[in-house]
Design a protein around this ligand. Structure first.
Ligand code: G6P
Length: 478
């Protein structure tokens, strides 16, 4: 009804995520510098800032003791409507690295062999409580609260309890940015029930795909005895709405960047540098779920199976450093650089190397230029909530109509249908053949596929995603 949409526009919104859009670091001279954070969550929520105003609460990544220093961080973040949730450093480490990234993340992505520990779990609970205290304090005026991702699964419950005690009626949304695994995989975690109950205290729970949503409903049924019906779940006298909300990017941000003179110069320069070869691009956080090992195996197989392409193809792989305090990520980095070295050693000539490997994050304009010059984008995730790099590549390919080669285990592949070349990431031969197919694809077919992908990313923007979710949330709160 019109009255509900009126009230939805009047209610203010609070967004909560572990990571803020800006990462704050202390420079050598003692001042604080902020840079844009990487990862899908930041990409999608940053796009939303264009159309919706909200206050964004999150962990700033550091915890100075001096009140003046905290104030300085607060001030610099407030220019971006962001509010820091300060956490004791050891506690933050145990929550972020100990539980979220070493225990929960692997389970959400079907990695077996996880051992549960009480200490990181306690830190996880404690950090969720600290967030709950901050948000309860900040949401005194009936604000809608939208909680994001696996670091904060207990937060909806803690918020609901606190707010109900104060006689307020909470309106809490929760969105997961990772896959939600099958009940049998989740059950490996002894505290799975606590996490499910935490999420079920929301008004609306959102997922990237219908499969993830169904896995969640099944887990609630199997592990908690909750009753899923249609897109709702009945649990403890409450009705929780669940839904699939297709997340996206802000394509205009890329199109605008590509128009800039310096970016055009860079595109020309790169075009000149790679004029005699085809370019395959990979952009991934350095994470085992991105299947980089498999990608390199597949590429090596391609060079072996189709030797005519040696000397005529370059893989530019950007691997953005991520979670470097976690051992699995350190080991992976060693393994990848070793693999890159091996392949380059085998196929290089004095004037040619098949892989250019960048283990760093690169400026946004450089990223846009790389997306735009690449003939193929190759993404090999073994599991991936959505994968917005796939969208970003499409946003930059209006001219070239390059080919997107995407793992069937990335959420995005569900939506991109026959616009992409889809493959099984554990099948090395299939990766190699998919690369070959992409390189040989003629202009008409590329154009046709591109048109579909372009329409999809233009229709499913991050702004639309945010708008749809908030609409659903305010309707649920009536
Ligand atoms: C994924 C997660 C996000 C996370 C991002 C970057 O996209 O779903 O919640 O922010 O990775 O990881 P980081 O550990 O740096 O926050």
């Amino acid at each position: 009804s019109s009255s509900s949409s009126n009230s939805s526009t009047k209610r203010n919104l609070i967004v909560v995520s572990n990571r803020l859009p800006l990462s704050v670091k202390r420079s050598e001279d003692g001042s604080y510098l902020s840079s844009i954070s990487s990862g899908g969550l930041v990409t999608s929520l940053s796009g939303l800032t264009k159309t919706t105003s909200f206050q964004w609460f999150g962990w700033p990544g550091l915890n100075p003791k001096e009140p003046e220093e905290r104030e300085e961080i607060r001030r610099s973040l407030s220019a971006h409507n962001a509010v820091p949730v300060f956490l004791d450093e050891r506690l933050a480490q145990a929550h972020y690295n100990g539980f979220s990234n070493s225990i929960l993340w692997p389970i959400l992505h079907y990695q077996s062999g996880v051992t549960f520990d009480e200490e990181p779990w306690n830190a996880y609970k404690k950090v969720n409580e600290i967030f709950a205290d901050y948000i309860t304090e900040a949401a005194q005026n009936g604000e809608m609260i939208w909680v994001h991702d696996y670091h904060l699964m207990l937060l909806p419950q803690m918020l609901r309890e606190r707010m109900t005690r104060k006689g307020r009626s909470p309106c809490i949304g929760f969105s997961l940015h990772t896959p939600f695994p099958a009940a049998e995989a989740l059950r490996v975690l002894p505290v799975a029930r606590d996490l499910l109950q935490g999420m079920l205290s929301s008004t609306v729970v959102g997922f990237h795909t219908e499969d993830y949503r169904m896995n969640f409903a099944e887990s609630c049924h199997n592990l908690l005895g909750a009753k899923p019906q249609d897109h709702m779940i009945f649990f403890k006298d409450r009705l929780v709405r669940t839904g699939k909300f297709t997340v996206g990017i802000d394509p205009g941000k890329f199109t605008d960047t590509l128009k800039k003179d310096d970016v055009q110069d860079r595109i020309q320069q790169l075009g000149e540098r790679y004029k005699d070869v085809k370019v395959i691009l990979g952009v991934d956080r350095l994470d085992y779920i991105k299947g980089l090992t498999q990608k390199l195996h597949g590429y090596e197989q391609f060079l072996t199976e189709y030797p005519n392409w040696q000397g005529k193809i370059v893989l530019i792989q950007v691997a953005v450093p991520s979670r470097e305090d976690v051992k699995e990520y350190q080991d992976l980095e060693t393994q990848i650089s070793c693999q890159v070295g091996k392949i380059n050693g085998k196929f290089s000539h004095a004037d040619y190397a098949p892989i250019i490997y960048l283990h760093k994050s690169i400026p946004f304009s450089e990223l846009a230029a790389l997306y735009s010059i690449a003939d193929v984008c190759l993404l090999t995730s073994s599991r991936d909530g959505m994968n917005l790099v796939a969208f970003e590549y499409v946003a930059c390919q209006e001219q070239r109509n390059g080919v997107l080669v995407l793992s069937e285990f990335a959420g995005a592949s569900v939506f991109m249908g026959n616009g992409i070349i889809k493959f099984h990431p554990a099948n090395t031969k299939e990766i190699s053949q998919s690369i070959h197919k992409a390189l040989l694809m003629n202009k008409e077919e590329r154009k046709e596929r591109y048109g579909k992908l372009r329409r999809f990313i233009d229709e499913n923007t991050s702004a639309k995603w945010g708008h749809d979710f908030v609409e659903k949330l305010s309707a649920g709160a009536q």
